[in-house]
Design a protein around this ligand. Structure first.
Ligand code: NDP
Ligand code: 2IT
Length: 459
């Protein structure tokens, strides 16, 4: 390690040694942050050929700077529950990199949230946001608050307390949060109301995913799920296939899952299963997506309620939805839901394509299974970038005080997803990793941020 450090200071490392030494140092400094390290490992594996071709990025310490967040803010979030008890949660915002635009990324409210999760999400967001072609940097935030079982008023009080602190750190030209797991239009509404009250100004560009009557964009709600399916369809067509007629399994039944199912069905696929954290439903006749919307978006119920309307469907408590054979798998729930064994099961059951709607749903070993078995694999950074891309379109509409039609936003989303696909394919080819969209999207996302960092000096 000492020899490596000396070489690093003298800029005499080979690209392989360089990425290894940066990763090794990161591991030593953040040894408990397993999710963050996993996200970085996937990136650095892809970037070696980039440093071969452009040694200036090594000289200028681009990777060392990229893996260290510009800042990580943690804060106390006290609130009062319906029984009058004081509760305290922990809030986070990571402002990872603003080389190409204001920090941008969602807020996650889930009991598993910690610094490692927020940093992995914020790190991924840098590259994803770059891929969208929009001027947005990387950020993420959230809390270990569990919204499940909370009343509407408890959610409101929590959001107000969370924003009381967050408001010091964000702004339309600084950092623009949005939704993620556990944060949808309801939460964004409460957060926005409190931001407005504290600041005393109306600035809709400070948050995206807002309600349509106060600056939200049409098609933002649908964007991540639709975008994932647009991307998968692009990838399938490029390989002589089509989503039409294929059997699809989706995990989760939240925002991303619902609109991925809706678009897949519209494109002629048969979606047979989806899930929540308690279990999955299997409906061999095809999932009734409108009913799932009613159950999840309106009634805020569990997915097993589906059987009250369709008693012939099956509900499997505690089971993994990936046991159900499918040709196309769309993981849209959470990180590391597909491990190596699950990937093998999917392959054995005849999967031909995997499209990641969630962030980092496949472990590194699972990804390698897919790539080594020639499964068409659409990585999260590229495949789920439609949500944040439309968030950037929401910011553009807010700045110019206009509201575009659903069709206009949806058309832009389709174009963006096609561009991301093509840019990722091209980057993979150019850097000797033909057909590998993981490498291609990592490289394409990296180059723009790296060049912006080079041009702006060491800051
Ligand atoms: P939602 O909160 O709307 O839905 C999440 C879904 O995933 C729910 O069905 C939930 O089940 C399930 N889920 C969450 N955590 C777990 C877990 N630990 N184990 C099993 N199931 C779980 O979130 P979104 O749909 O917005 O987000 C889903 C994924 O997509 C996340 O990875 C998110 O980061 C990613 N994403 C979201 C974007 C967006 O625009 N919203 C954009 C890009 C990516 P339950 O209700 O039981 O918890
Ligand atoms: O992971 C993601 O890209 C999101 N949760 C959406 C972020 C955003 O700012 O719209």
């Amino acid at each position: 390690m000492k020899a490596m450090e000396n070489k690093l200071q003298q800029n005499t490392l080979t690209p392989k040694e360089y990425v290894q030494s940066v990763y090794q140092q990161l591991k030593e400094r953040n040894s408990h942050e397993t999710e963050f390290l996993q996200a970085v490992e996937e990136i650095v594996e892809s970037l070696e050929p980039v440093f071969e071709k452009h040694p200036k990025y090594m000289k200028l310490g681009i990777l060392e700077r990229l893996v260290e967040p510009e800042r990580l803010i943690t804060f106390r979030v006290p609130w009062v529950d319906d029984e009058g008890r004081v509760q305290v949660n922990r809030g986070y915002r990571v402002q990872f990199n603003n080389a190409i635009g204001p920090y941008k990324g969602g807020l996650r409210f889930h009991p598993t949230v910690n610094a490692s999760i927020i940093k992995f999400l914020g790190f991924e967001q840098i590259f994803k946001n770059s891929l969208t072609g929009q001027p947005i940097g990387g950020g993420k935030g959230g809390s270990d608050f569990d919204p499940k079982g909370k009343s509407d008023l408890e959610i409101m009080r929590f959001c107000q307390s969370f924003m009381s602190e967050l408001s010091r750190h964000i702004g339309p030209d600084t950092d623009v949060p949005a939704g993620d797991i556990g944060v949808g239009a309801r939460e964004i509404g409460y957060l926005y109301g409190q931001y407005k009250k504290i600041k005393g100004t109306v600035s809709p560009g400070v948050l995206t995913g807002k309600g349509l009557d106060f600056g939200g964009s049409l098609a933002r709600k649908e964007a991540t799920g639709f975008g994932t399916v647009y991307f998968v369809q692009e990838m399938l067509k490029d390989n002589g296939q089509d989503i039409s007629g294929k059997t699809v399994v989706v995990s989760g039944s939240g925002n991303v899952s619902i609109y991925a199912m809706e678009k897949a069905v519209e494109f002629g696929a048969k979606v047979v299963a989806c899930s929540d954290s308690n279990g999955y439903i299997y409906d061999k006749n095809g999932i009734d997506v409108e009913l799932v919307k009613q159950i999840k978006e309106v009634d805020r119920e569990r997915i097993n309620v589906y059987l009250e309307t369709y008693p012939n469907a099956e509900y499997v408590a505690e089971g993994s939805v990936w046991e159900i054979p499918c040709e196309i798998a769309l993981p849209c729930a959470t990180q590391n839901e597909i491990d190596e064994e699950t990937a093998k099961t999917l392959i054995k059951n005849g999967v031909i394509a995997v499209g990641e709607g969630a962030n980092m749903p496949s472990s590194l070993a699972a990804i390698n299974q897919f790539l080594n078995n020639n499964i068409l694999f659409a990585p999260a950074k590229a495949a789920n970038a439609g949500g944040v891309a439309v968030s950037a379109l929401e910011m553009a509409q807010n700045s110019s005080r206009v509201a575009w039609s659903f069709e206009k936003v949806d058309k832009k989303l389709q174009d963006i997803m096609r561009d991301i696909y093509q840019n990722s394919v091209r980057a993979a080819e150019e850097y000797g990793r033909s057909g590998n969209l993981v490498a291609g999207s990592n490289i394409a996302g990296f180059l723009k941020v790296a060049d912006a960092m080079v041009e702006q000096g060491i800051i």
